[in-house]
Ligand binder design. Sequence first.
Ligand code: GDP
Length: 264
Amino acid sequence: MSTTTNTTSLASLPLAAATIPDPKIAMGWLHTAKFLTTAPELKHLPRIEVPEIAFVGRSNAGKSTCINTLTQQHRLAFASKTPGRTQSINLFSLGKQGVTDAVLADLPGYGYAAVPKEAKYRWQQVMGNYLQTRDNLQAIVLLCDPRLGLTELDEVLLDVIRPRVEDGLKFLVLLTKSDKLNKTDAAKALQIVKLQAAGGDVKLFSSLKRQGVEAVAQHLWDWAHPKEKPVKAPRVAPDAEAVQSPPESTPGDLDSAATGPSAN
Ligand code: GDP
C-alpha cells in the first residue's frame, strides 16, 4: 500500500482549517447558555443590544428538547410532556467569560385546537408584535413536526416575518423528530416545506439521533457573529427584569394566548 497518497490533500489543510467552521466552537459557546429572564407579557422584555435568536413553533414540535440538545443542558428549556406549560417568553444569555454576545428567546408554543378564536387572535398579536418590532432580533428558528407539516398558524407566522426576512432577518425551519421518518418521507417533507418557506433554509433535525445538531449550532454561531459586521460584546444588565420596557412593547398576555389540552 502506498504511503504517499495523502500528501497533496494534507498540504492544503492549514489553508482550509482557517476557513472551515469548527462546530466544536459553536457547541462550546451554546453550552454557556444561562437563564436570563422570563417575560409573561411582551412589555416586560428587557431591551438587549446583542443579537437575539428566537425559537418558535407549535406546541409539542420539539422546541424545548431542541434547545436543551443544542445547549447540552438537560433542563434549560422546560421540556414538558404537557403541551402548553411554557407560556412565557424565556431568554437565555450566551457568551464566554461572562460576556453576553447573544441571546436565545424561547417563545411560547402555539396551536391548540381548544383555544378560542379570540385567544388565537391575541396570540397572533403578541407574537406579531415581538417578531415585527424586536430591535435586536437577528434570526428565527421555526420548529415543525414534519409529520404535521407547516400548519395554518405557522403560515401566519411566515407572513408576519416575511418583510423582515426580505430586510435580512435570518430564518431557518427545523423539521424535528426526523428519526421518526424514513429516508423517502424525510426527503419529501424537506421538499414540501422548502417550497412553503420561500427564502428560508430548511433542515432535518433530531435530538434523539443528533441529526443536524452541529450544523444548526454553526448557524446560530454564524448569525450571532456575522463576519461582515463584528458583533460588539456589551454586557447585558445583570438585573434584566428591572430594565424598563422598550418603547416598542405592546400589552399582551401570553398566558391567555395558548391554553388547551391538545396539540392539534
Ligand atoms: P415543545 O412543546 O415544542 O417544547 O416540545 P418538547 O421538546 O416538549 O417535545 C415534545 C415531545 O416530542 C416530547 O415527548 C419529546 O420527547 C419528543 N421529542 C422531542 N424531540 C424529539 C426527537 O428528536 N425525536 C423524537 N423521537 N422525539 C422527540
